[in-house]
Design a protein around this ligand. Sequence first.
Ligand code: GLC
Length: 722
Amino acid sequence: MRVEERVRELLNRMTLAEKIGQMCQVTGGTEEHKDLVRQGRVGSILNVSESEAPDRARVSNDFQAAAVKESRLGVPLIIGRDVIHGFRTVMPIPLGQAASFDMPLVEEAAAVAAREASACGINWTFAPMVDVARDPRWGRIAEGGGEDPLLTSRLGAAMVRGFQGPDPAHPERIAACAKHYVGYGAAEGGRDYNTTWIPEGLLRDVYLPSFKACVDAGALTLMSAFNDLNGIPATGNPWALRQVLKTEWGFGGFVVSDWASVEEMIPHGLCSDKPEAARAAVAAGVDMEMVSACFSEHLVQLVEAGRVPMELIDDAVGRILGVKFQLGLFDSPYTEEARSNVLLTDGHLDVAKRLATESCVLLKNDEALPLPGDMGSLAVIGPLADAPVDQLGCWTMDGRGEDTVTPLQALREALRGRCDVRHAPGLPDCRSTDTAGFAEARRVAGDCDAAVLFLGEDAGLSGEAHCRAFLDLPGAQEELVAALADVGRPVIAIVMTGRPLTLTGIVEHVNALLVAWHPGTMGGPALADLLLGVSSPSGKLPVSFPRTIGQVPVYYAHKNTGRPAPPGKEGVPVGTPLDPESFFSTYLDMHHSPLFPFGYGLSYGAASYSNLKLSGPALSMGETLEVAVTVTNDSAVAIEEVVQLYVRDPVASLTRPVKELKDFMRVPLAPGESRKVSFALGTEHLAFHNGDGQRIVEPGVFHVMVGGSSQDVLKAEFTVTD
Ligand code: GLC
């Protein structure tokens, strides 16, 4: 029988209470919850167990048995967990994965996470998080793909494919959940859960595309967000959920609320009480309530009173049952407990190391890297040189510090017998202002041939509800850099972080600067390979790095304004007479550009771009232009270059950004190799949404730009004709 038929047949046998039970999700594997499962009053559990692997699968199977064998209709549970960037093998944070621009590898990493999580009885992850974020104060910028809709879309789609595979019923696959729908990353002030005001055209051009990409990739579920979206919380927003997601896009899976976001519509001020919150959420298109109990306590009465149509309940439950059938839970509800030995296999750790290596972004290198092979001694300094838990980053519910290989450990291993690796933390932790350790750090650095500083944020400074009003290196870390600046040795700074930081205070005092994000379990071996030249850095920034917090928001796809700042424009000397001719969109006290732009990243080689060629000067609607460029590795080092394609519509019925990423490609280049790289640019890539929400392409002149960052590009023009 087809899934639809099996769903209908089962729905017809369910009581109203059993239907509503499917719409309720609880957290924690308690006996009370197991009883609710037996009564058919729970359809899903998250965080069912925190125990060791083999036991974990057994606990999950226990709860599944309560559903399958002891409830009246035997409907299996869907068992969820936040498997955000790895399960026990922790991958780089998603923002770091985005920096790799390597979507096949991102997909492979998600498949590893699914293989490990499924072995522990989990069949649903609350990932990928695909909230575009342009405010680095927001702690959850760590969890997504950064500031660009295309990169975030491709990251999300790759993760959906990795989690679900070609057949989500496969025992090693799990259901994905694109979150947080929608606009959550636009929180005012970069403060989590805060208000968002996003015009429909901007929603459709910037914040919705990554969710559409996940739906198109087959995501079985979405999660509604916490934020107030234009006056109606996303969890009670029928325009977003019913009109766009379920009607326009034809999404056939189900929507789960975020943690108590249904009940939170009361403090939001949309709903007066829990019955109203339940009604509003179901009416808007939320199918399952996470953790709060508005559905379980009030939906039966609301339906019986005619305030919630039975059709909406049947639609919601039909969606939930449909996903459970697609996951194969009715046919194979249990996890094979013997499989739990798949955790932390060499193959999984290799994926984690490769992705950590490719996610690192080299921002400065005064020929200090790679470190020379004949070094006699190396100083390893800083609070994150040997911080196994912080290195994993935020949202690592199942990652363990004991599994982490830190940079200090990896460098000692790699240099054993040929270089003396000396360690001085300098600071007790990332946020400490206790400079008592500086003297030892200076001495160790001065005694060695080079010093590598591991700086940045501890894991607790990023993630949900962990927003910052300042973006500087925390504590006395900048002072630590300054304290080493005059030791007369090359100083290399490695920054582990969950967000862009304002590195203005250290960039001039170090010989090399590399951002490693929070690189995960294998961050140490990845960084050792990069520092020692076994690998060349290849990552590019998925988000702009501001010079100062005062610039935020600062992102590459900005509008031109009527008075765009000339490149060199900065400030006015004291006594300068007012001159309207010099009035531009700049600051008096800081250059308006970011310190490091979106798409920027160096390697140990040097890629140059030439021969930008278009297949023709014009194309009509529906046609495709070939954009070709030659990329050359002008060095003796093998590199991988992320070639980026941007477009600008300089004149349109709504003003358009100065550039928008439309494609990218990782290109391996042997020493001295030149390669022709081609992109297919169709008129559909030039579309934008007008104020009425229509997706349109307007004829006219367009600029096309290709390069190794958003700021360093070759340009050409073409025309679109009617
Ligand atoms: C949290 C997060 C969401 C997560 C969920 C379950 O509050 O907002 O991303 O998946 O609750 O832990």
